[in-house]
Each structure stands twice: as C-alpha cells, then as structure tokens.
Write a protein that binds this ligand. Sequence first.
Ligand code: HEC
Length: 95
Amino acid sequence: MKEKILGLILVALFIVSCGPKSIAVTGPKYTSSEQINQGKTIFESSCTKCHKLPNPQKHDNQGWIKTLSRMAPKAHLTDDQHQMVYDYLISVNKK
Ligand code: HEC
C-alpha cells in the first residue's frame, strides 16, 4: 500500500514536471474569425521573408504542426502567433 501511494506521487510529480511549459502548438485552439484573420495576416507578412508564401494545402493538420514548429522560430513568432497561424492554416487546408 505504501509503495502504491509513493508510486502515485512519483507519477503525479512526473506528469507535473513534464507538462507543457511553453505551450507549443500541438493542435487547434482558436476558432474565432478575429484570431483566424490575425493568423492569416501574420502568415502573409512573416512567412514570405525567406521564400514564397507556401500553399496552405501543402500539409494536412498533422503536417502543419511539424512544419510550423520548424518555421515559427525562424519567423520569430511568439507561441500565440504560432498558434493563430496554425489555426488559420488548418481552417483553409480542408484536411
Ligand atoms: C528565416 C527564414 C524563414 C522564414 C521566416 C520562414 N521560413 Fe519556411 N523555410 C525556410 C527554409 C530555409 C526552408 C527550406 C528548408 C527546410 O525545409 O527547412 C523553408 C521551407 C518551408 C516549407 C517547405 C518545407 C515543408 O516542410 O513543407 C514550408 C511549408 C514553409 N517553409 C513554411 C513557412 C511558414 C508557414 C512560415 C511562417 C511561419 C515560414 N516558412 C517562415 C526558411 C524560412
């Protein structure tokens, strides 16, 4: 019994310490048109600095999580901007 409780405490500590500290984008969050539009604006202004504006159709929802995690730091986006761009992309990629 003691071991079980100790085990539970350890598991709880593990979950707390490994929880999402910086809220990296792992899925959709924003749905309001205001935030989606903001995401579009950020996308169109920040993602053309190094290459042509990518086609949102290029990736599905899962693919954009990966690609954006590589590109958002390049574009110096905050976590929130990263999230809004992601939500914009998946709102138009139709996947
Ligand atoms: C500092 C320059 C830079 C900025 C800013 C930048 N990119 Fe990129 N991007 C690159 C480079 C270099 C490559 C090619 C090498 C690679 O794929 O990592 C690339 C490749 C890509 C690709 C093709 C590869 C793939 O995984 O499909 C996509 C899509 C893309 N970028 C999207 C974006 C988006 C969206 C943004 C805005 C958040 C952005 N990029 C901002 C430099 C940049």
